[in-house]
Design a protein around this ligand. Structure first.
Ligand code: DON
Length: 578
């Protein structure tokens, strides 16, 4: 909880230092208040916004206050994050948005994942000896997929929103043009990634002062080029990004540095409306992202396996519970490596992977007391085929709409390359393809044929924006960054609420664990008791305590009250209710 206190005190200091008056509206309650032994979530009756940056939360909250719906607020939040949190908020990347409407009784998914350029080839990331070249797939112009964010947000607003693009983008333009006070997190992030960003003149000019020195907490950070880009989009529409001056700047950047994206790639990009993966866990309806993300498929698959155990009886974060979770996770990640990819290109046995029968067959192979070495687990046989940064936000409104959105440029600051003259960072999402079978990507994830590079294909993702419904009503809105850990982070918040009865703030804050089959390692956060760790080791798990995982911004709705829980793992996060 220190992070929350830190954020609020920082906010105050910055407000004084930078002369920025930050008026927290009376309806914003601090999530830092502890009552008894439980962490208190933020409450709201007429809407709730939870994002990883307080300025984006406030922009979106104002949209709801003026009568906009959750989708309007989501578009505003996304553009605002692109300005205030350039390490992950973006217009140069892509993502997924789940929208649930109680009135229409439907949950839809907008897939605005980046696509490989038309000239991409299967061996584009192999060096002359046939080895995967990480520098090329992560830190060059070839690392960039055709960005989908602007088109995705445009589609959301046009089909499900109520305000104009100009209205939705106005707060972001103001933040870029007039600037905002730098937070400690913002300043530290740029110091940490100095080498990567200063390699490119275009990035150096944006993220460092003219003499090369750092922006320090309290300094005003203005982004004129980005403001101009956002203004052009706001005035000329989504087409501006894909066919106008912005596209030209991006394509010129590519041509100058050996990148592949052409005007044709930009013009041809279109987001897709997809049907989310649907599962049922102990009577709750789980909706989460379908391919080209692996997220929803495996969240549902792992829940299906775990449904066969009395998890609440075993207790939250007990050795028994963690052991079973890890065993289920291993089997799911093994399947991920073989079956998952872009469904427009490969057939995925989705029904099989998410079926209760298949889960039962995997459960049978789990020893309740002993870890199965990952080396002896291989991808299973579901039923046959049927015809280091990201950011998540969750928003609900008083009209029964919920939005769960995760978008990314992959690493913190993507490839580190700013498009000259356009002021935004390029993603390095091409690294999410499998550069070579058996060679893990940046998150240690293995992949093969199904996720090989192909022209115009979407690279496999783990992003898992999720909406849980109970009796037709929106109940839980959640999702997280964290690369391969996204799936397991999301899973744990669902289980913390459904199995363990934690309120949303406690569910979000609780220590997390993660297993991804390979490497055969049970990764845990600080906070597990030493005797739990000892028991897990006795069961055969190699337990490794590492840095915090994910930043899961979540909302739970109960008896008409909306409860927001911002993840204390992000010092700038804020939940705000109306
Ligand atoms: O789509 C994916 O799964 C990754 N590109 C997400 C990257 C990510 O979450 C990094 N953040 N910590």
């Amino acid at each position: 909880m220190d992070g929350r206190f830190f954020q609020l005190s920082c906010t105050k200091i910055m407000a004084m230092a930078g002369g920025v008056l930050l008026l927290l509206s009376q309806t914003v309650y601090s999530a830092a208040i502890l009552e008894g032994q439980r962490m208190h979530p933020v409450e709201g009756k007429n809407g709730m916004v939870v994002t990883s940056h307080f300025l984006a939360t406030q922009s979106a909250q104002e949209v709801l206050e003026k009568g906009g719906n959750a989708i309007d607020a989501a578009v505003t939040a996304a553009f605002s994050l692109a300005v205030t949190q350039p390490r992950s908020g973006n217009i140069g990347g892509g993502g997924f948005m789940l929208i649930s409407s109680e009135k229409k009784n439907e949950v839809v998914a907008i897939d605005y994942r980046e696509k490989a350029p038309g000239k991409a080839t299967v061996d584009m990331f192999l060096d002359k000896d046939g080895n995967a070249d990480k520098i090329v797939s992560r830190f060059s112009h070839l690392a960039a997929g055709v960005p989908g964010t602007v088109a995705g947000l445009g589609m959301a607003l046009e089909q499900y929103g109520t305000i104009s693009l100009e209205e939705a983008m106005a707060p972001a333009i103001k933040l870029a043009e007039e600037g905002f006070a730098v937070t400690p997190r913002f300043s530290n992030g740029l110091k940490k990634r100095e080498k990567r960003l200063k390699k490119w003149d275009s990035s150096k000019r944006i993220f460092y002062k003219p003499d090369g020195s750092y922006y320090e907490p309290g300094d005003l950070f203005v982004q004129k080029d980005l403001a101009a880009t956002l203004k052009r989009i706001s005035q000329n529409g989504i087409k501006e990004f894909y066919e106008g001056k912005t596209a030209e700047l991006l394509v010129a950047e590519m041509a100058k540095h050996g990148g592949l994206i052409t005007m044709e790639d930009m013009k041809n990009y279109s987001p897709e409306l997809r049907t989310p993966v649907h599962g049922n866990y102990r009577g709750y309806d789980i909706y989460s992202m379908s391919p080209p993300s692996s997220g929803g498929t495996h969240v549902v698959q792992i829940l299906n396996i775990l449904e066969g155990y009395p998890i609440s009886e075993y207790g939250h974060n007990s050795a028994q519970t963690i052991h079973l979770m890890a065993e289920a996770m291993k089997r799911a990640y093994a399947d991920r490596s073989l079956y998952l990819g872009d469904e427009d290109f490969v057939k995925i046995p989705l029904k099989g992977l998410t079926s209760k029968t298949y889960a039962a067959s995997l459960r049978e192979k789990i020893d309740i007391n002993k870890a199965t070495p990952s080396s002896t687990i291989s991808p299973g046989k579901p039923l046959p085929y049927e015809s280091n940064e990201t950011t998540h936000f969750s928003i609900v409104d008083k009209f029964g709409n919920a939005v769960s959105n995760t978008y990314t440029i992959n690493f913190s600051y993507g490839s580190g390359i700013i498009v000259e003259g356009a002021g935004f960072l390029l993603n390095n999402e091409m690294d999410d393809f499998s550069a070579k079978p058996g060679v893990p990507n940046a998150y240690g994830l293995l992949g093969g044929e199904a996720n090989k590079v192909e022209p115009n294909k979407r690279m496999l993702s783990s992003m898992s924006p999720t909406i849980v419904k109970k009796g037709g009503k929106n109940f839980l809105v959640t999702g997280s960054p964290g690369g391969s850990r996204i799936i397991t982070t999301t899973l744990q918040v669902i289980m913390n609420v459904i199995d363990h009865g934690l309120n949303i703030q406690s569910a979000v804050a609780a220590s997390r664990i993660h297993h991804q089959w390979m490497p055969d390692q049970l990764r845990v956060e600080e906070g597990l008791s030493p005797d739990t760790v000892k028991k897990l080791q006795e069961m055969g798990h190699e337990v490794k305590t590492k840095s915090a995982m994910g930043a899961i911004q979540s909302i739970m709705i109960r008896d008409g009250v909306m409860y927001g829980g911002a993840d204390p793992r992000r010092s700038t996060g804020l939940a705000a209710g109306l």
